[in-house]
Design a protein around this ligand. Structure first.
Ligand SMILES: Nc1ncnc2c1ncn2[C@@H]1O[C@H](COP(=O)(O)OP(=O)(O)OP(=O)(O)O)[C@@H](O)[C@H]1O
Ligand SMILES: [Mg+2]
Length: 398
């Protein structure tokens, strides 16, 4: 039986929109103070004993999360709701009181990831940006007998673009929906502006190294090989994608790119919009990277979130257009980095597809009964479109 598109897309979006966590060692009870750069990557260095971590949790049930959040916030009667969380990724809980969001508790699979997030928050705070801000890490703890790390985060101000997109998708076609699309385009332009401010203000003054580019391309190749191995694509289709990827890689290598600090997982669920834009989930932040990687990834994420939210292709294009035109207006150098944006867009699509095909045939070789080939084929069509192959190309309008 084919898995319905929205369910499968939810699963893959949830699973796939993060850069895979690198092997991170947990350092229970320790918090990083500063950032060091080891070839272009932010790493933790030094440890701060400023605010000791809270008493460890025995487990991460709603009750325990509630006790932790209440104690740290000094607020009783919190309602805890789980927002996200699967077997292998972070669990996120909202802590509300009478409908008002007081904080968010995030349970990371590995305590080291708390440190990476905190280091990135620190880096953004120190950059003193005007349009972009981030949340604060208010308290941390660990889980007894587990690698997991737990952080209490301040509530992001405003509305997540992913949530606004979902709300838009629920409206009937007509004036109301058109007005909501226009408002959302305005939000998306704000994200573009704030992202540009971040990328320009945090430029390192150097260019992106060859090594960085090769790492990025190797990652893309790895995901693509996984798709090839799955047998989902025909030899003829594979040949076309190979040619397109080869050509794209050459153009990416040739681009002269300023290096900056990027979010690293820039998608619609990681930016909230109010007067300012608030960026969350920054454990994948990297220095020495081109702005175009965030821009291309964000641009491409309209496709997956749009499909999941029931948007039309025209609406997705409107939002992508609003985002990319404002991005280029604010950061004109992006005009010279089309290939980098396409690499980020292709990477997002192929990575998501590789996650879906990885689940296609279980290790024992038998189908798991919820074959998602239909979804995978749709996603493959999107990947082809991103690469400018086949009918109905969505993309390459950067
Ligand atoms: N500080 C916060 N304030 C408000 N909402 C938040 C906050 N942190 C997380 N959320 C909500 O929870 C969702 C998931 O959080 P987060 O992005 O940190 O988790 P994640 O598992 O790393 O997600 P992904 O890998 O899909 O990007 C966000 O998209 C947002 O809707
Ligand atoms: Mg996120």
């Amino acid at each position: 039986m084919l898995c319905p598109l929205p369910i499968a897309l939810t699963i893959f979006l949830v699973l796939a929109f993060s850069e895979p966590a690198q092997a991170r060692r947990s350092v229970p009870g320790k918090v990083p103070t500063a950032l060091a750069r080891i070839p272009g990557q932010l790493v933790r260095c030094g440890w701060l004993a400023q605010k000791p971590p809270s008493r460890p949790l025995l487990n991460t049930t709603k009750h325990e999360v509630s006790v932790f959040a209440s104690r740290e916030l000094g607020v009783s009667g919190l309602q805890i709701t789980q927002l996200t969380g699967g077997r292998s990724r972070a669990k996120v809980f909202s802590a509300t009181k009478r409908g008002a969001l007081k904080g968010v508790v995030k349970v990371y699979p590995n305590a080291g990831e708390v440190s990476l997030d905190m280091a990135a928050v620190d880096k953004i705070l120190r950059a003193g940006l005007k349009e972009m801000q981030t949340i604060k890490v208010q308290a941390t703890t660990s889980v007894v007998g587990s690698e997991q790390g737990v952080a209490l985060l301040s509530a992001a101000k405003g509305r997540f673009v992913a949530d606004s997109l979902a709300a838009l998708g629920r409206l009937r076609r007509g004036n109301e929906r058109s007005a909501a699309l226009e408002r959302l385009s305005e939000d998306v332009r704000k994200v573009a502006g704030a992202m540009a401010e971040q990328h320009l203000s945090m430029a390192t003054g150097k260019v992106v190294t060859r090594r960085f580019k090769e790492e990025k391309l190797q990652r893309l190749q790895r995901h693509w090989f996984r798709v090839l191995k799955s047998g989902l694509v025909t030899t003829a289709e594979a040949a076309k994608v190979n040619t397109a990827l080869h050509e794209l890689s050459s153009r990416f290598r040739a681009e002269h790119l300023s290096a900056t600090v990027i979010h690293g997982d820039a998608h619609l669920g990681n930016y909230a919009v109010a007067n300012k834009v608030t960026m969350i989930d920054m454990g994948g932040m990297r220095a020495g990277a081109p702005a175009a990687l965030d821009v291309g990834r964000y641009w491409q994420s309209f496709v997956g979130f749009g499909a999941m939210s029931g948007l039309t292709q025209a609406e997705v294009k409107t939002l992508q257009g609003a985002f990319i035109s404002e991005s280029i207006k604010r950061n004109p150098a992006l005009r010279q980095s089309h290939a980098s944006q396409s690499v980020a867009a292709a990477d997002l699509g192929i990575h998501a597809l590789s996650m879906v095909v990885a689940k296609r045939t279980p290790a024992n070789g038998s189908r798991d009964g919820s074959s998602n080939d239909g979804v995978a084929r749709k996603m493959f069509a999107q990947v082809q479109a991103t690469l400018g192959i086949g009918a109905g190309s969505l993309a390459t309008s950067f």
